[in-house]
Unconditional design. Structure first.
Length: 85
């Protein structure tokens, strides 16, 4: 596991993160949250990319190789590229 500087990534209780997952930042601006927050019970499939300073809600699921760039609501599922609106 590699955690980019270890600052700003928050992982809740009972999360499952499979191999090759990226929890990455999308901004170079200082003093803003750049990395995602995973609430409790989140499952992130192998190879998924979760990029940005947003929240993945409790019990949400992210499919393998998904690219997620905006929030996933509690109990939601992301299995595709999710772009901001």
């Amino acid at each position: 596991m590699f955690i980019d500087h270890g600052m700003g990534v928050v992982i809740g209780d009972d999360c499952t993160i499979y191999q090759g997952v990226t929890l990455g930042g999308t901004s170079l601006t200082c003093r803003v949250k750049r990395h995602p927050t995973l609430e409790s019970g989140v499952i992130v499939g192998a190879g998924a990319k979760v990029l940005g300073g947003f929240t993945v809600g409790a019990e949400a699921k992210i499919g393998s190789n998904a690219v997620v760039v905006k929030l996933v609501p509690a109990g939601g599922t992301a299995v595709e590229i999710r772009r901001g609106s």
